[in-house]
Design a protein. Structure first.
Ligand code: NAP
Length: 259
């Protein structure tokens, strides 16, 4: 991998770009306003790493010609398929670090799956980030559901209760365990990949020590996270009352997918 387009130079994008540049990859940065002409040129085979937020992903995806889909790598959090449909042609990533401005905390190795996963992970590792490749779709989906359950806790419930993560985990264990087991049950049924809720609970506990101070004033991307869990639950007949209750408390309308 000699060259790559990095689309969305925010907290995650700039960390990935810096690691790739350190590994000797020539990174062409694409912002909302600059670089799109070159990035959407179907004749250019360079990979495109898309690191914008979930809500900005659908209009960005539409700008790429279909033949470039196998050259795209998506690293958004959240459950993308319930809203976007199958994404099997693209390379997918699960980012397991927290980056906000100067703050950076690696939580566990991040995971890539798909056609670009091998060379991308190799370059990112050379550049100093911990990355692994998930070889099978089923293994990746299982990891994605574990990460989705994690995001369902490190977000909406903190905003609803006005608590930092450490205090919330200590004071609301029954609630966060319910958020996780609803997520693993609903997403597991929807994706057809069973996931053990206890594994996801253990992952949350084991990865959150460096970010227990984190507080969330306003939960974002709910339709891709807890909102998606409720939608997947409805589609598969899996009850998700705790996620629904938290969404209602945040003013999110599960019927329309908005506030
Ligand atoms: N930050 C973390 O610790 C972390 C960890 C794991 C996963 N993630 C996931 O990674 C994704 C990105 O998060 P983030 O924290 O990096 O967000 P962020 O800091 O807001 O960065 C997103 C960047 O994408 C840009 N952007 C949006 N639409 C664009 C477009 N059409 N073309 C080019 N650039 C565009 C934004 O530009 P503007 O500034 O103009 O809006 C911004 O620079 C999210 O899905 C998030 O859930 C984040």
């Amino acid at each position: 991998m000699e060259r790559l387009f990095l689309v969305g130079p925010g907290n995650v994008g700039t960390r990935l770009a810096a690691a790739l540049a350190a590994a000797g990859v020539r990174v062409e940065t694409v912002t909302r306003r600059c670089g799109w002409d070159r990035a959407t040129d179907a004749g250019d085979p360079a990979p495109r790493l898309l690191a914008m937020r979930e809500d900005d992903l659908p209009p960005a995806l539409e700008r790429f010609p279909p033949e470039l889909r196998p050259r795209l790598a998506l690293v958004q959090n959240g459950f993308l398929e319930p809203l976007l449909g199958p994404l099997d042609e693209t390379t997918r990533g699960l980012i397991w670090f927290t980056a906000r401005g100067e703050f950076f905390a690696p939580l566990r190795p991040s995971i890539l799956h798909g056609a670009l996963a091998g060379p991308l992970a190799a370059a990112l590792v050379r550049g100093g980030l911990a990355f692994e490749v998930s070889a099978s779709r089923e293994a990746f989906v299982r990891e994605m559901i574990v990460k989705g359950a994690w995001n369902g806790v490190v977000g909406l419930p903190l905003a609803v209760h006005g608590l930092d993560l450490g205090t919330y985990l200590e004071s609301h264990e029954q609630e966060w365990r319910a958020v996780i087991s609803e997520t693993t049950a609903a997403a597991g049924a929807w994706y057809g990949v069973p996931v053990d809720a206890e594994t996801a609970c253990r992952c949350l506990v084991e990865t959150t020590a460096p970010i227990r101070h984190v507080a969330v004033t306003s939960a974002k991307a709910l339709r891709w996270r807890n909102g998606a869990v409720v939608a997947m639950g409805r589609a598969t007949g899996v009850p998700t009352p705790v996620n629904e209750h938290l969404l209602r408390a945040a003013g999110y309308d599960s019927a329309t997918g908005g506030r």
